[in-house]
Design a protein around this ligand. Structure first.
Ligand code: F3S
Length: 108
């Protein structure tokens, strides 16, 4: 199993999850983080650290968010490791809970 970053991370990107991960399993994109399922050790420390509730165990991902399981797997192959907290976007609070953010995901 692994943990999965889901839609509400988009444009929030608080990065506290990456700071606490003991396995350096988080990968950083422009406006979203993902978890490398091959690096995740299933400890669950990141879940409580995300202030917007974006991280779920793979088998608890909400039905409308299951596409993010594959996205975490795919994007983690090319995005760099993030293991320290960075400043969140200035408008992060405005994006918490906004519906249908997945079209805004930047996938360079
Ligand atoms: Fe995203 Fe939450 Fe981490 S907003 S960057 S999953 S702390």
């Amino acid at each position: 199993m692994t943990y999965v970053v889901t839609e509400n991370c988009i444009n929030c990107k608080h990065t506290t999850c990456g700071e606490v991960c003991p396995a350096d399993a988080f990968r950083e994109g422009a406006n979203f983080l993902v978890i490398d399922p091959e690096a995740c050790v299933d400890c669950d420390l990141c879940v409580a650290e995300c202030p917007v509730g974006a991280i779920f165990a793979e088998d608890e991902v909400p039905a409308e968010q299951v596409v993010f399981i594959a996205l975490n797997q795919q994007l983690s192959k090319s995005w760099p490791v993030i293991a320290v907290q960075k400043a969140a976007p200035a408008d992060a609070g405005d994006w918490d809970g906004v519906a249908n953010k997945r079209d805004l995901l930047i996938k360079p």
